[in-house]
Structures are given as structure tokens and as C-alpha cells.
Ligand binder design. Structure first.
Ligand code: ZN
Length: 181
């Protein structure tokens, strides 16, 4: 008989232990598989590259995201005449929830060769918060949307460690999503 607690997990299935918090609506565009580049001010530790992590939606709404042309084109559709600011209540079941799982496939500093453009169009930003601060482009791969798990408090670290209970719940939803696809 097992000691207690954790049910056995098939050895070939990835267990999700860490998360990255992203503010909405950016996080929703990541969940949708649309936004495959995450812009940050500092690199992810080398040991976390190649790992598969939870995508956690933050507690607060990004007004910059809601007004971003790339986000509006994703949300309203490429042929829509309507490009308007997104509305936070449309994402009310996502705030503070894990909403997807994805692999941190790689990272690099945004190309600074051109004064306006950079790599990873359209989602890669050239700079992060300050004009003299190059953005780090974190590359997502294998994005799998899951049924939301939460509420869970977020963290600024990239990535941060889920509690054992939250890790188990996220891993379960992840395996459900994979088996249904
Ligand atoms: Zn890039």
C-alpha cells in the first residue's frame, strides 16, 4: 500500500511542478497558442530551459495588453472592422488560474540591430520597460490549453514552484487535455 497522498503517475507523463505568471489578456493569447514569445527583462535560469511549465494568469489586468494592436487582432479576428480595447470581465474565469501548459523551448536577447524592429515578429518586443533595456525573448513550444485550475497566487520568478497540491491538480488537467487531443 502506498504511504499516503500522491497517486502513482505513469513514468512517461510529464509532471508539472513550476509555473510562469503572465498578466491577462497576454496570458489568454498564449493559451490560445497565438502568442509564442514572452517578453521579459531578465533571462530564465539555464536549468529551466526545455522544461514544461504551467502558464498562470496573474491577478491584475494589463491595460496595455487590452489596447495592444496584436492582442486586438487576435481577439477580434483578422477581418474584423472592430478594433477595440478588450474587456477584463470576458476573462473572469482565468484570473489567478493556471490556464495552459507549455515548454520553455529557448530564449535569446531581442535583436538590437535596427532602431525600431527586432526578431520574433509580431510578439517580440525590442525593449523591456526602458528604451535602453533589451527584452529577453522566451520561446514557448507545445502550448496545451487546459481547464483552469485555481485560484492560485502568482509569483514574479520565472518560473516559480507550485505547491504539491496545485502541481498535482495542474498535472491532472494537463494529462486530461493531452488524452482528449
Ligand atoms: Zn527574438
Amino acid at each position: 500500500m502506498p504511504a499516503s497522498g500522491t497517486p502513482p503517475t505513469a513514468p512517461n507523463l510529464t509532471v508539472i511542478t513550476h509555473a510562469v505568471t503572465i498578466r491577462l489578456p497576454w496570458a489568454a493569447a498564449t493559451r490560445a497558442g497565438r502568442k509564442t514569445t514572452e517578453n521579459r527583462g531578465r533571462p530564465v535560469p539555464d536549468r529551466d530551459l526545455g522544461t514544461t511549465v504551467a502558464v498562470h494568469a496573474g491577478a491584475t489586468w494589463s491595460r496595455d495588453g487590452a489596447r495592444d494592436g496584436r492582442i486586438q487582432q487576435w481577439w477580434w479576428g483578422p477581418n474584423s472592422d472592430l478594433y477595440a480595447e478588450l474587456s477584463a470581465p470576458d476573462f473572469s474565469n482565468y484570473f489567478r488560474n493556471v490556464i495552459a501548459v507549455a515548454t520553455i523551448a529557448g530564449q535569446h536577447e531581442a535583436n538590437q540591430a535596427h532602431p525600431y524592429d527586432t526578431c520574433c515578429w509580431p510578439w517580440g518586443d525590442r525593449t523591456y520597460r526602458r528604451p535602453d533595456q533589451p527584452a529577453i525573448h522566451i520561446e514557448w513550444a507545445n502550448i496545451v490549453p487546459i481547464e483552469p485550475v485555481g485560484p492560485i497566487a502568482g509569483n514574479l520568478s520565472v518560473p516559480w514552484k507550485l505547491t504539491p497540491g496545485d502541481a498535482e491538480a495542474v498535472t491532472g488537467r494537463y494529462h486530461e487535455a493531452i488524452s482528449q487531443s
